[in-house]
Design a protein. Structure first.
Length: 103
């Protein structure tokens, strides 16, 4: 498996930040900036997830639970990430309860 480097810098976005990128998350608190990052990514053929606009995303990330033998993914197709997160928390609480059955 290839290891990927991730760098975090606190500064304003520059289109040159996309140079060499294959996957981008646009997750600023600025709707117009997220939208322009998405447009710049599409122009370059880069897959982009735009945190505040599911309809503009090329992909979505499900809420995921890994507990023992179980792996559960919950997705609303980007329509309601908060609901997916809340459901994940509820399922995690259920999985934490003792169970008489073995998998």
């Amino acid at each position: 498996m290839e290891t990927l480097a991730v760098t975090r810098e606190r500064r304003n976005f520059a289109v040159s930040d996309l140079d060499g990128a294959e996957l981008v998350f646009a997750a600023t608190n600025d709707r117009e900036l997220n939208q322009s990052i998405g447009e710049a990514c599409r122009q370059r053929g880069i897959w982009v997830n735009i945190a505040d606009a599911a309809e503009e995303c090329d992909f979505h990330i499900p809420a995921r639970i890994h507990s023992g033998e179980f792996q559960i993914a919950i997705s609303t197709g980007g329509k309601d990430p908060k609901a997916a997160r809340e459901l994940r928390k509820r399922i995690e609480r259920l999985l934490a309860e003792p169970c008489d059955h073995k998998v």
